[in-house]
Structure formats: C-alpha cells, structure tokens
Design a protein around this ligand. Structure first.
Ligand code: GLC
Ligand code: CA
Length: 587
C-alpha cells in the first residue's frame, strides 16, 4: 500500500508529552480499555432485525462485567445506510433504525451511571449525498455551498460524462473511479469512498466551522469524545494530480494527494482548539490502511490508530491475503511501541468493523480457538497504549463462512465482487478471497445465547448469524471460568491493577523468532515478562535472563504454570503468560 506519511522518521521525537506517571495523574485514556460497538449488529430491542440503542442499553451490565471503561459507538446518526452509517445525512439526529435522541440520552446517562464513558464515531471527511449541505451544493454551480465539496470540470479535451473524462485517474476504496458526474451542473464531485459519500472540502473555513459547531453540540450533550473516521484524509493536495497506475491495476493511486495532506496538522490543531479546549473530552484518530501517521512533533491528538499491523498479511490488495509473517508483525508493533514511547499514545487493537476476525486470521479458529484467542489477546493487551475490544473479540468469534455472495451486505465486498467478476475473475476464486477478507466477517450479529438467531433479535437479522453461535455465545462464555471472555476480563483488570501494564516502558525480545512473541515492560519497581507462542506446535522461548524469572509471580496464563528450561522457557501450543517481578528502583 502506498503511503506518504511513512517516510517520516520516528527518531525525531520531541520531549515527552504524556505526563510523567510519577507525580502527576496520567490522563484517563491511558488506563482505559475501549469497547467498540457496531450498533447494527449488537442487540436488537424491537424485532426489526437491526441492533439499536435500546438493545445496547439492555446489555450494559454485560459490558460492565467485562470491565471496559469506554464505549465507542460506530455511527448512529441519520443516514441512508449506504455504508452502514458511515454516510451521514444529519449529524445532529439519530437514525430511526437505531432509535431517538431520547434513547441516546438515556443510554448516555446509563453509561455514565456505571462509571463508563461514551465516544461517538464521527465521519467528517465526507457526508452522505443526501446531507442538505450536498443537496444544496449540487443544486447549482453558484450555490454558496458549491465549494463545500470538491467539484471539478471534466478532464481537458474530454467530453463530460464519457469514459476517462474524470478529473483525476484515482480509484475509489470501494472500486470504480473516485469521481461521479453530475449531469445537472455538468461537473464531477469527488468521493474517495462510494458515490453516496462525497468528500467535504476542508479548505473552506465555513465547512470547518460547521463541523466544529456540531462537535461542540455533542460534547455539550455529554459525550466524552469522538473516534474520528479517516481523519488523515481531510487535507488534500488542491492541485489534485493524477496518480501512478501500477501494473495490472485499472486506476491511479491518489494516496500521495490525500493521505496526510499538506494542511492536516493545521486542521487538527484548529479542531483541538475550537472543539476541545478546556474540556476533558478527546478525539481518537484513525489512520487508515498502513498509512503511518508518525510526525509526533506536530501531533495534535491524544491517540492514533495505525493500520500497519492489520496490513501485514495483505498482498497486492486487501483481497490478496498472504500467510502471516510473525517477525514482520512484531516489527510493526515494536516500531509503534518504541516510536510512541515518549510522546503520543497508541491504540491497541486486532479487530474492528473493517477487519476479518483475528482468531481466523492470525490464530486457529478450529481446535485451538480458545487458546489462540487468549494468546493473541495477551500480547496485545500487555502492550503500552489503550486496548480496544471489538464486539465479539472477547468471545473469540470467528469469521463467518457465507456460501454465496447474496449473503453479504457490505458495500465494499459487493462492489469488489462485481468489479472482479466483470473483469473476468473466476467467481469461485473471488468468493474464496471474500470469505477470508470481507468486512462482513466482523459484522455478523453478536451471539448472546444459543436461542434462535443467537438471542440477537426476535425477528429476521439483517445479516445471518454465524452458525457456530450454538457453542460460541456470551451466555456460555460467562458461565465458563476458562472462557475467552474471562481471560479478557482478567486482562482488563490487570491494566487497572498494575500501572506497569498501562504505562511501563516496552522492550521487544526475540524480534526474529518465527513463532514467539515476547517483550519486557518496566515501571519501577515492577517488571513484566510477556511471552506467547503464536503457533499450534510446542516451541522454546530462549529468554536470556530466564533465571531472574524463576520466582516471579504468574499474573495470567491459560495454563497452570510455566516450564522453565535451561536458557529459556518451553512453551505449549498457543501458550501465553505474563510474569511479574520486583526490581531495584533506579535513580
Ligand atoms: C472508515 C470506516 C469504514 C468506512 C470508511 C468510509 O474506513 O472504518 O467502515 O467504510 O471509513 O467512511
Ligand atoms: Ca431494532
């Protein structure tokens, strides 16, 4: 994947910005665990087959029992649902399928009553084409809101609306060109995602002011922050140059023109000042698809999501998965851990609503499902940063083996299928790729119990439940002390109980080992050793100072004990453990 931010070195770090844990209270997000809810698939209260706010409200005790501190809701604003709510037509109302503003206020109150916080997903790179701003913008060339979006004439020398007449050769994330022709006004508008998601023009100060005002409105209502969707695409190179066309691809690569564009830091600094000044609320930013967002000297936010580690198994595109190369995955994590060690703050996650399920991807979704889910959770939650649990991670949910394309709902998947098959791809081969990589793998309904449709809905679910819900569901997991659920609960508890988990320094170990993931964490007087066998065969972890850990406390493991051998540890298949010892305080 092409990036423009990746060339920035992480070596030029300014002085520490996260307050030193000694002496001052670290900010709330440094000791929090976030739980991401995909509302459409979480819990349906009224039998229409679609999850909703009342459904979430009814399940808050489950989340509280898991121990998470912050809930992040994927978009619930009014939306034509072209991209399941990531296409917003009114930022200040709730889509009727999810409920009402009253339902929202009730949910927020209940979340706060349980001592948790609520963060809203916010999409301001684009709106829906049904948003009144865009409706006005497209109404005529001289409408005052014309400039709120990216309108351009056809390519010079081309008849508007004819093949290749688009203003640039860029390809959209959802297949096809990034431009759609508007017959009424004879110009094209830009959409990096679907044609129903026109990009807002952040160059226009009125756009920015309108967005900030809307954000303040939500904060005044009591929400605790925003997860900002594709925020690294807000600033674009206004000259909009053509992109390089790679061999075998139909479209040019527009990334250099819109990932971390020239004014991105200015916009974020302005947003921080205009929206968050004087408040405890925060913006959590996402940086998409392997784009590195590592210019800490100019960082204007508190936490970044990076997408590098969920791209390590991508071939030419996200649809061409290659086998996991563990050293490569560790290099990615290690670079982020070290790069953001003294400044900034990491988000730690395996899954979200755009990723296939990690147990199917990097673990074993067959006989070692539970052990591999625990091992993957352990190496993630013991890193420095804020862990994110995507709904169902805590149950070790697997990918869903849909038989036919008709069972998929995701726009990205459906568009990819159509364009790959139209280009001559064998439908069976295209389906094989979709089965492992589709976003719908993570979007099937949350399995609550073994009753029909997994207790998600009394009606027909909008997308089928994973047939394994009979065995893998929240009720079963909660009543089994050895379940993935209780392992997650303990990991979340560890972070709260031991400051070293949240704030300790991170030192990678065994970087080149093909199956062992290991590291030290240290915050005097505590030191942790985290070791995981990311494989289904026994392995050895040659840890140099193994003797220093003989009497250490076993903080968490799926097993009863650890096997200390000469010069290291002998590991069972998918064994993962955390040891803790006290070290002499330095200084
Ligand atoms: C982000 C979201 C994804 C959505 C896209 C367009 O990548 O995570 O779900 O499709 O933005 O808004
Ligand atoms: Ca519903």
């Amino acid at each position: 994947m092409p990036t423009t931010c990746s060339s920035r070195s992480t070596a030029r770090l300014p002085p520490r910005r996260i307050p030193d844990p000694v002496g001052s209270e670290p900010p709330w997000w440094t000791r929090s665990t976030v739980y991401q809810i995909y509302p459409r698939s979480f819990a349906d209260s009224n039998g229409d087959g679609i999850g909703d706010l009342q459904g979430i409200l009814a399940r808050l005790d489950y989340l509280h029992a898991l121990g998470v501190d912050v809930l992040w809701l994927s978009p619930i604003y009014a939306s034509p649902q072209d991209d399941n709510g990531y296409d917003i037509s009114d930022y200040q109302s709730i889509d009727p399928v999810f409920g009402t503003l009253d339902d929202f206020d009730a949910l927020l109150t209940s979340v706060h009553e349980r001592g948790m916080k609520l963060v809203m997903d916010l999409v301001v790179n684009h709106t829906s084409d049904e948003h009144p701003w865009f409706v006005e913008s497209r109404s005529s060339r001289d409408n005052p809101k014309r400039d709120w979006y990216w309108w351009r004439p056809a390519r010079t020398g081309f008849e508007p609306g004819t093949p290749a007449a688009e203003p640039t050769n860029w390809g959209s994330f959802f297949s096809g060109p990034t431009w759609s022709y508007d017959v009424a006004t004879g110009e094209y508008y830009l959409h990096l995602f679907s044609r129903k998601q026109p990009d807002l023009n952040w160059e226009n100060p009125d756009v920015r002011a309108a967005v900030y005002e809307m954000m303040r409105w939500w904060l005044d209502r009591g929400v605790d922050g925003f997860r900002m969707d594709v925020v690294n695409m807000l600033s674009k190179d206004v000259s909009l140059p053509d992109g390089l066309v790679r061999p075998g691809l139909e479209f040019g690569d527009g990334w250099p023109s819109f990932i971390c564009g020239p004014r991105i830091h200015e916009f974020l600094a302005e947003m921080t000042a205009e929206v968050f000044r004087g408040r405890d609320a925060r913006a959590f930013l996402t940086v998409d698809d392997a784009a590195l967002f590592t210019d800490p000297a100019r960082r204007e936010v508190d936490m970044v999501f990076q997408f590098e580690h969920v791209g390590v198994d991508h071939g030419a595109t996200k649809w061409d998965l290659i086998p996991l190369d563990l050293p490569r995955l560790k290099r990615s994590f290690n670079r982020w851990q070290l790069g953001l060690a003294d400044v900034g703050w990491n988000s730690l996650y395996w899954d979200n609503h755009d990723q296939p399920r990690v147990v199917s991807r990097f673990g074993d979704d067959g006989t070692s499902r539970v052990r591999s889910a625990k091992a993957l959770a352990t190496v993630l939650h013991l890193q420095r940063g804020t862990p994110y649990v995507y709904q169902g991670d805590e149950l070790g949910l697997t990918n869903t083996p849909f038989a036919s394309i008709d069972e998929y709902r995701d726009i990205e998947t459906l568009r990819y299928y159509a364009s790959a098959v139209a280009a001559g791809g064998d439908p069976g081969a295209v389906m094989a790729k979709i089965r492992v990589a589709s976003r719908d793998n993570a979007r099937t309904p949350m399995p609550w119990d073994a009753s029909p449709h997994a207790g998600f809905t009394a009606g027909e679910p909008w997308i089928a439940v994973n047939p394994n819900f009979v065995d893998i569901n929240a009720e079963a997991a909660q009543s089994d002390a050895d379940s993935v659920f209780h392992h997650y609960r303990r990991l979340i508890e560890l972070r709260r109980a031991h400051p070293v988990v949240a704030l300790g320094d991170y030192t990678p170990l065994l970087a080149d080992d093909p199956v062992v993931f290991a590291f030290h964490r240290r915050l005097d007087p505590d030191e942790l050793l985290v070791v995981a066998n990311v494989s289904g065969a026994p392995a050895t972890a040659p840890i140099d100072d193994v003797d220093a850990w003989r009497d250490a406390e076993l903080l968490i493991s799926a097993d009863e004990d650890v096997n200390v051998a000469t010069g290291g540890f002998d590991l069972r298949a998918w064994e993962a453990f955390v040891l803790r010892r006290t070290v002499a305080t330095s200084g």
